[in-house]
Design a protein around this ligand. Structure first.
Ligand code: NAD
Ligand code: WQD
Length: 343
């Protein structure tokens, strides 16, 4: 069976590719390389072999390119749609680019595949919940007004999908609301590799660990949490990848046509605890400084992941320490290869 992953050379897409490959799927990676390197494709081939992975450089906002893709590959069995811009801050200064890319791209893609009734998975985010009123956060928790256009693109994406499945019983779609994906493939051959400066806690922390960055800023320690720092639900990217494959297989055999699942470990961990765990793993201290809070950060977010566990039999295999160790191995790999220092 052939599966398209849009955004397939990005952080999460590349990891999903490894799980699909392991289960015998052929994978078509679609990416415009706006936030990834072609080297990621070479890494995937080195890891998995080239027989069953194809790369198509396409922009999902361009309908002619997307039409061409589905003409060339007329036998696609599923689409996992990850291609999006993902910087919360950049979306505030460049809202139109975000709406155009994330919402426009989704519409272009759906216009092409809806009539073909290809099962579809959409990368959503815990950001749709904002600061939820109840913890852990269930899928029934309402959308809150978003701090950023990025957050709205995920809410709007989900609403578009909801309307489309309502209008067409034969089109099956699933929205996966990721909490905080971290870590890297156990081989350390692929991992989080953004163009430019990372913005998330773990890649920043590993960069401080390796010496690329002087210190880690803790964004506020006066929140109403046990140690004053924000609490998040960090999940190993390989467990997240597995959730996509289970989700897709569920869609293949399901009777209903619309599903929404949280994907998180269901454990809240503070920023200070993450740093502490990481220091133990790398056996050295991380230079850190408490700085002012980052606007838009919600104090606490962690998932109720019981729905995906029950319905899709998804069971996370990795702990947060496993994820931190894998992120560290990946950082060391990046550091040791000159040809990885592309940015
Ligand atoms: P990423 O930036 O590493 O990967 C996204 C990929 O999409 C990149 O390779 C980029 O080049 C590509 N892309 C962007 N616009 C495109 C376009 N118009 N046409 C073709 N390719 C395009 O990001 P990621 O962390 O792998 O995230 C994947 C998805 O998961 C995104 O939709 C993101 O919003 C969502 N998500 C990510 C997180 C997270 O913390 N990483 C959390 C929740 C949701
Ligand atoms: C985690 C915690 C920070 C960096 C973001 C997006 C969200 C989703 C996941 C896509 C927070 C703290 C961070 C630093 C710090 N993405 N932190 N110093 O903010 O939970 O979520 O990624 O959908 O939409 O907003 O993740 O990794 O940026 O931060 O103290 O240098 O680490 O305040 O509490 P976040 P993150």
């Amino acid at each position: 069976m052939k599966i398209v992953i849009t955004g397939g050379l990005g952080y999460i897409g590349a990891h999903i590719c490894t799980v699909l490959n392991q289960k015998g799927y052929k994978v078509i990676l679609v990416d415009n390389l706006s936030n990834s390197f072609i080297k990621m494709y070479h890494q995937l081939i080195a890891l998995l072999g080239e027989e069953s992975i194809v790369f198509e450089k396409k922009d999902i906002t361009q309908s002619d390119e997307i039409k061409e893709l589905f003409q060339k590959h007329s036998d696609i069995n599923g689409v996992i749609h990850l291609a999006a811009l993902k910087s919360v801050n950049q979306s505030i200064t460049q809202p139109l680019s975000y709406y155009q890319n994330n919402v426009g791209g989704l519409i272009t893609l759906l216009s092409e595949i809806k009539s073909k009734n290809i099962p579809f998975i959409f990368s959503s985010s815990c950001t749709v919940y904002g600061q939820a009123d109840q913890l852990p956060i269930k899928e029934t928790s309402p959308f809150k007004s978003s701090f950023s256009p990025y957050g709205y693109t995920k809410q709007i994406g989900e609403l578009i999908i909801k309307d489309i499945v309502k209008s067409n019983d034969s089109f099956k779609a699933m929205c996966l609301r990721y909490f905080n994906p971290i870590g890297a493939h156990p081989s350390a051959m692929i991992g989080e590799w953004p163009i430019g400066e990372p913005q998330n806690l773990v890649p920043l922390m590993t960069q401080v660990g390796i010496g690329k960055r002087k210190e880690l800023k803790i964004f506020g320690d006066t929140y109403n949490t046990p140690d004053g720092t924000c609490i998040r639900d960090y999940i190993h990217v390989m467990d997240l990848a597995e959730a996509h494959v289970l989700g897709l297989e569920y869609l293949f055999s399901s009777n209903s046509n619309h599903y929404i699942y949280n994907v998180g470990l269901g454990k809240g961990v503070s920023v200070k605890e993450m740093i502490h765990r990481f220091e133990k793993i790398i056996e050295k201290p991380i230079r850190q400084k408490v700085s002012k809070i980052r606007e838009g950060d919600v104090p606490v977010a962690y998932a109720d992941a019981s729905k995906i566990k029950t319905q899709l039999s998804w069971q996370p295999k990795y702990s947060i320490d496993d994820a931190l160790l894998s992120a560290w191995k990946w950082e060391k790999q990046l550091h040791s290869h000159n040809d990885f220092q592309v940015s």
